[in-house]
Write a protein of this length. Structure first.
Length: 161
């Protein structure tokens, strides 16, 4: 094989890889795989971080039985998979996001863990630590608020264990 044919052959092999890196989904997957990140819904931790940081958030008042109303954030972003087969993947990703520097990302992770109920049992230690997080995300709503709510939901799923 001549030097020119080797060069052409190598270029033909690298061209599809380079082209796929221009598309968002393969780029995120390859980047997440390369970094060894956890995946949920076919998307790595870095994709979830970026999506959360760039999504719109609203504050709504939520009525809690016996506790009155309190503000809660609503994210306009599809949540991670919560089916029993995929919940463990979602818990791994959300646990990783609890350690991010952005309070918005930590709030979302705690909120989503609460919505996974009993499947999020392995994340209770991180959530208990996060209850002390007084970082304000928006309009007085803190990361600790979401963590405390998530703990209540998870423990209620286990009968107050």
């Amino acid at each position: 094989m001549t030097k020119r044919s080797k060069l052409l052959f190598s270029g033909a092999l690298l061209l599809p890889l380079a082209a796929s890196m221009m598309l968002p989904y393969p780029r995120w997957c390859l980047t997440g795989w390369w970094r060894g990140e956890a995946f949920a819904g076919g998307r790595p931790v870095s994709w979830w971080r970026n999506a959360i940081q760039s999504t719109h958030v609203s504050v709504v008042m939520v009525e809690r039985p016996g506790k009155g109303s309190r503000p809660e954030l609503i994210f306009y972003l599809e949540g991670p998979p919560s089916s029993p087969q995929r919940a463990a993947d979602s818990v791994r990703v959300m646990r990783a996001l609890l350690y991010e520097s952005d309070a918005k990302v930590r709030y979302y992770a705690a909120q989503q863990l609460g919505q996974l109920y009993g499947a999020a049992w392995p994340a209770l230690h991180e959530l208990r630590t996060a209850t002390a997080d007084g970082s304000v995300v928006m309009d007085g709503v803190t990361v600790g608020d979401a963590a405390a709510d998530a703990i209540l939901r998870i423990e209620a799923d286990f009968g107050g264990w």
